[in-house]
Design a protein around this ligand. Structure first.
Ligand SMILES: Cc1cc2nc3c(=O)[nH]c(=O)nc-3n(C[C@H](O)[C@H](O)[C@H](O)COP(=O)(O)O)c2cc1C
Length: 193
């Protein structure tokens, strides 16, 4: 598959078949992730692959995080739905930045590093998603995990920064492409527009 095909074919998949995913396939997707560029080649990523009961625990923490937000009068958005997807997908990859956590952002020097690292992690996740397309897998990039950020990190025993989760599995839906702004709309040639 050509990279351009993977770019246009990729969709956020929110329904997965109950079939398990081999570690070999997950490994191939992660191998692609680790080929991403990163600021100063720091490779500020670590992946924790969760299956079965571990996923259920993450989903449970997200639902209770969402309910706490609601109890305080806030909206919890798509957090409960994303929790259901995490439960259903055969594998979920938790993505961490082992060098930093969010608290480091308060320090101006660390803040730059946080920004650079965050871009690097984003590149790794996108590589993973595109490799998943090539492998015939569906994926979903999930940031709704932040409703239970502290609980998840404490439960996983991680001190680094939780960046995202990625659900992975055999797709059980073919989502309609979501609209995009055209590149012309978001591009300016030079200073005038
Ligand atoms: C940083 C990031 C976080 C996202 N978090 C979630 C999420 O928590 N739950 C969810 O259902 N989708 C999530 N998405 C998926 C987006 O909703 C989706 O990419 C967007 O609507 C475009 O659809 P497409 O991926 O099918 O092209 C996230 C995507 C990105 C890039």
């Amino acid at each position: 598959m050509k990279i351009g095909e993977a770019i246009v074919q990729r969709r956020s998949v929110r329904k997965y078949k109950a079939e398990p995913l081999s570690r070999e396939l997950i490994g191939q997707a992660l191998e692609a992730a680790t080929q991403a560029p990163s600021g100063k080649n720091a490779q500020p990523w670590e992946f924790i692959v969760l299956e079965g009961e571990d996923k259920a625990k993450i989903a449970e923490m997200m639902v209770s995080g969402a309910e706490q937000l609601e109890a305080m009068g806030n909206k919890s958005g798509s957090a409960k739905r994303s929790a259901g997807i995490i439960q259903e997908a055969p594998a979920v990859i938790m993505v961490y930045n082992p060098r930093q956590n969010k608290a480091d952002k308060a320090n101006p020097v660390q803040e730059v590093m946080w920004s650079v690292d965050t871009q690097s992690v984003g590149a790794a996740i996108q590589n993973l998603l595109l490799k998943a397309v090539e492998l015939g897998l569906g994926s979903l990039w999930i940031c709704d995990i932040f409703v239970a950020e502290e609980q998840i990190s404490a439960w996983l025993g991680r001190e680094g920064g939780l960046m995202a989760a990625v659900a992975l599995g055999w797709p059980a839906e073919e989502p309609i492409p979501r609209p995009r702004k055209s590149w012309q709309e978001v591009t300016h040639w030079g200073r005038g527009h």
